[in-house]
Design a protein around this ligand. Sequence first.
Ligand SMILES: [Fe+2]
Ligand SMILES: [Fe+2]
Length: 180
Amino acid sequence: MSMEITKHKVLRQHARQHLETGAVTHSYQAGRRDLVSLLNAALASELICVLRYRSHYFLAKGIHASAVAAEFLHHSNEELQHVDWLAARIVQLGGEPDFSPQGVIERGQSIFGTGQNLYEMIKENLIEERVAIDHYKEVLGFIGDDDPTSTALIQKILQTEEEHANELASLLWGLPEQHN
Ligand SMILES: [Fe+2]
Ligand SMILES: [Fe+2]
């Protein structure tokens, strides 16, 4: 086995030289700015998801669909957790999380949606979850082997989005299609 692994002493030297960059170590400089942009795009998408699910929570509550409404609220809170995780990672990478409402739709991948009834709302959320799943898989491909910490974070988020999609699919199967 060849000694590919950088010696501990050298790693320590690099760490000392670059203390000002916080968690960003010498081995990971390339593509960091691009990754911050990607994570900010994901953050914008997650913000839209927080709002869409929250809006649907109140709409569903209004039509006495309490079980579905509760699910929407739960998802909204989990999307907010994703926002926080992404923002924290962006800061660790030396970037600035972009919370500006201006341009959030342009930066994000998600849409706000206009579900007219319960069936449409669930369907809309399911589509957006599927978009998020595909997007996060692309982000993982972009990161490759460069940043295991960001990879672990995206995988953790991706797992929740897959759970969301499964839950919504189950809810959808239990409902008759509505056209009102
Ligand atoms: Fe999310
Ligand atoms: Fe989700």
